[in-house]
Design a protein around this ligand. Structure first.
Ligand SMILES: CC/C=C\C=C\CC(=O)SCCNC(=O)CCNC(=O)[C@H](O)C(C)(C)COP(=O)(O)OP(=O)(O)OC[C@H]1O[C@@H](n2cnc3c(N)ncnc32)[C@H](O)[C@@H]1OP(=O)(O)O
Length: 275
C-alpha cells in the first residue's frame, strides 16, 4: 500500500474487502491541499484496481471531516497561473480548475461504492467531496456549509452540479447563495445524508454494517448499479433505459446471476468472484 501525505488507507480487518480512505491532516482539520488533489485520484484508482477491495469508506481523521479547501491554495491561485498574456493566464487557471474538479470526479469514476462518514465540519470543498460519494452518513455533531460564496467564489468543483439532484434545486440554491451552516439533522431532512448517528462510534459501526452488506453482493451488480444510476442522472428516462439494456446485455451473462438464484433457493450465502 502506498504512503500518502494527506490520506491514509486502512483495511477494515484482514479478511474484509471494505477499506477506509481517511483524510489525514487532522491538525488543519483536513483542509484539502494541492497534495490532496494530486493524491486523492491516485488513491481511489489504486483501490479501484485492487480486486480485494469491494467498498470504500471515506472519513476524516481527528475532530472534523473536512474544513474545505486549504486557504493557502486559494491564496496562491492567481500567482500560480500568471503569464504575461491575460488570455494565457486565463487558460492556465481554467486547466488548474479542471485539475481540481477531476480529483473530486474520481469518486464517480471509481467502479466501487464510496460511502462518506461525516463528523464535525463539512465545509466548502468538503461538500464537493461528499456530494460525489454514493452514500452519505453523518453524526449528530456534524455541520455543513456551502461556504464558497463567503470567500467570493462561485463554487466550481462539483457542489453546484451535484447538490441539486440530491437535495432538490430550491434547497441547493438557498444553501449555496446563503452559505449558511446547517446541522446533521437538517442534512437528513434535506436528503443529503441517509442516517444521522448519535456518535462517531455509532456511525462507524452503522457504516461497517452497510459496507459489509454491500461487499457480500455481486460486485458486477454493485458496479452496474453505481454506473447506471450516475449515467442516468444526466439522461432522459428513455436514454437511461437504453443504457441499462446495453449494460445488462453484457453483465447478465455473468455466472453471478445463477449463483445468486441458487443461493436464494438453497438458503445459503452466495459466493461471487472478485471484480
Ligand atoms: C478553485 C477553488 C476550488 C475549491 C474551493 C473551495 C472553497 C472552500 O472550500 S470554502 C471553505 C474554506 N474553509 C473555511 O472557510 C473553513 C475554515 N475553518 C473553520 O471554520 C474552522 O477551522 C473549523 C473547520 C470549523 C474547525 O474549527 P476548530 O476545531 O476550532 O479549529 P481551528 O482552530 O479553527 O483550526 C485549527 C487549525 O486549522 C487551520 N485551518 C482550519 N481550516 C483551514 C483551511 N480550510 N485551510 C487552512 N487552514 C485551516 C486553522 O487555521 C488552525 O491553524 P493554526 O495554525 O493551528 O492556527
Amino acid at each position: 500500500m502506498e504512503n500518502y501525505k494527506t490520506l491514509e488507507i486502512v483495511q477494515r480487518s484482514p479478511k474484509s474487502s471494505v477499506f477506509h480512505l481517511n483524510l489525514n491532516r487532522p491538525s488543519l482539520r483536513n483542509a484539502l491541499s494541492l497534495d490532496f488533489f494530486s493524491e486523492f485520484p491516485k488513491a481511489l484508482d489504486s483501490l479501484d484496481q485492487n480486486p480485494n477491495v469491494s467498498v470504500i469508506i471515506l472519513s476524516g481523521n481527528g475532530a472534523h471531516f473536512c474544513s474545505g479547501i486549504d486557504l493557502k491554495v486559494l491564496d496562491s491561485i492567481s500567482e500560480r497561473s500568471q503569464s504575461s498574456d491575460r488570455g494565457r493566464t486565463g487558460e492556465r487557471l481554467r486547466r488548474h480548475i479542471k485539475f481540481l474538479q477531476d480529483a473530486i470526479t474520481a469518486i464517480e469514476h471509481c467502479r466501487k461504492p464510496v460511502i462518506a462518514g461525516i463528523h464535525g465540519a463539512c465545509i466548502g470543498a468538503g461538500i464537493d467531496v461528499v456530494t460525489a460519494c454514493d452514500i452519505r452518513f453523518c453524526t449528530e455533531d456534524a455541520f455543513f456549509s456551502v461556504k464558497e460564496v463567503d470567500l467570493a467564489i462561485t463554487a466550481d468543483v462539483g457542489t453546484l452540479q451535484r447538490l441539486p439532484s440530491i437535495v432538490g434545486y430550491g434547497n441547493a440554491v438557498e444553501l449555496a447563495l446563503t452559505g449558511r451552516r446547517f446541522s446533521g439533522s437538517e442534512a437528513k431532512s434535506l436528503g443529503l445524508v441517509s442516517t444521522v448517528f448519535a456518535s462517531k462510534e455509532a456511525m462507524d459501526e452503522g457504516i461497517r454494517l452497510v459496507a459489509e452488506g454491500i461487499a457480500a453482493k455481486s460486485p458486477l451488480a454493485v458496479t452496474g448499479t453505481k454506473a447506471v444510476l450516475l449515467r442516468g442522472r444526466d439522461l432522459t428516462v428513455d436514454q437511461g433505459l437504453d443504457y441499462v439494456a446495453t449494460w445488462n446485455s453484457g453483465m447478465l451473462l455473468s455466472g453471478d446471476l445463477a449463483e445468486a438464484v441458487s443461493a436464494q433457493i438453497q438458503k445459503r450465502k452466495p459466493v461471487f468472484a472478485k471484480l
